[in-house]
Ligand binder design. Sequence first.
Ligand code: ATP
Length: 495
Amino acid sequence: MTKDMKDIVALCKRRGFIFPASDIYGGLNGFWDYGPLGTELKNNLRDRWWKDMVLCPPLGPDGAPVEIVGVDSSIIQNPKCWEASGHVGGFNDPMVDCKESKKRYRADHVVVYWPKDGQGSGVAFDKDAEDAEIEKRLKKLTNKALADFDTAKLDQIDTAKFANIIGPDVKTPGTLTEPRQFNMMFHTFVGATSGDENKAYLRPETCAGIFLNFKNVLDSSRTRVPFGIAQIGKAFRNEVTPRNFIFRSREFEQMELEWFCEESEVPMWFDFWVDQRTRFWDAVGIPKSALHFLDVPKDELAHYSARTIDVEYAFPFAAPGYDELEGIAHRGNFDLTQHQQFSGQKLDYFDQATNSRFLPHVIEPSTGLTRGVLALLCQAYTPDESRPSGVYMNFTPAMAPKKAAILPLTAKEDHVPLAQKLYLELREDFAVDLDIKQNIGKRYARQDEIGTPYCFTVDNDTLADHTVTVRDRNTMAQERIHMDKVADYLKEKMK
Ligand code: ATP
């Protein structure tokens, strides 16, 4: 079944999940606001991650729970931090402009089709362009078929050949500029004057705040290697081409764990975390069958990483492929080494058992919270022509923004007070909705679209025997249960 991003984006706006930021001013490219339901969904995913990492961390290979603590560090840090991490010097994307269309592209996101026979121009496409669209445009511009071409990414092509490339949005060759490096960190000024000496950066990733606090955490808690430090928070990147809804935005949220261990134990912990993260995604509604695990090839690894697995999800815009949801990287001891050198502070760990000091290695499962929300939305979106809404959101009960809706069958006096009573009881423990007006079919349709797993309807029978109808979102099947059993019923379903 194909899911169309346009439909998902429209539902998100229509039902209050996600809006363009500054919508009334025409928006701002790469920025998004979370509405009433999107906020609940994001909080549910965030809280589950925090629970699985910090409050209830998994059992380690020895059967005992592993140790993980949380931090919440500042978005703006001493700018030296970003020199040490390599972001000031190297957090760059190669950017290419088209002189004719005035569009800007990331060179590594553009694919060029070269005629195998060497006759004619290369034709450039966005990396997510669909085969049908590619085939059509190639035919039109070159009169050749898809099979007549080889492909190469624009950032791997000698710039001398750029004069012979037709850009993605034009019809003639030679309009693309040479790639320029573009630093993606947003900057600001701290204090009243705006000179270079006051320049500071908005963090481009949350993990730096963890490394900066490594020593503080060690000195103030009883943590021993191996252990982890987790953080959730905002990150900012001035992306060259924000796109695909909230997938690539300029302000987003990350959930990152830095797992500190001995170098000799890296392979074991690496596998451990890949397994744990797969279980996490499954538990929140993204089955392993919708994921793809990309062992990042050596020549594409970040300079500090010896191994990285990208956990990719079948986002509709990437179909029939996948795109990154989470990166699990072995970062060596690059970060602690750098911060130790730049700060002049000793950051090594003293191991009492062996009476020795070392800089622990790090395994980092790093995921976008907001990108995770997009995966949940895409996975849940289920077209169904048999129902009035034409679609329902198949969230797991635990992730659903609303766990249940309480619906009096009519707005008549005798149905409403009982519904209100049930609502007041349930809302102590569950995020529930009380929806009184409109015909019942329209109210069910609304709950289907926002992904509420259960609707409890109060009707005339409720007055007589205190039972309510439970309607199951996915099957639309109905059964009756006693009002007193509703809380237990929901609790059971949330497990
Ligand atoms: P890319 O190469 O696609 O720009 P990256 O590999 O640099 O991304 P990381 O630095 O590994 O991304 O970031 C870790 C996670 O943070 C990603 O897996 C993703 O979930 C999330 N993330 C990164 N950039 C963005 C963004 N611009 N918008 C939303 N989420 C993002």
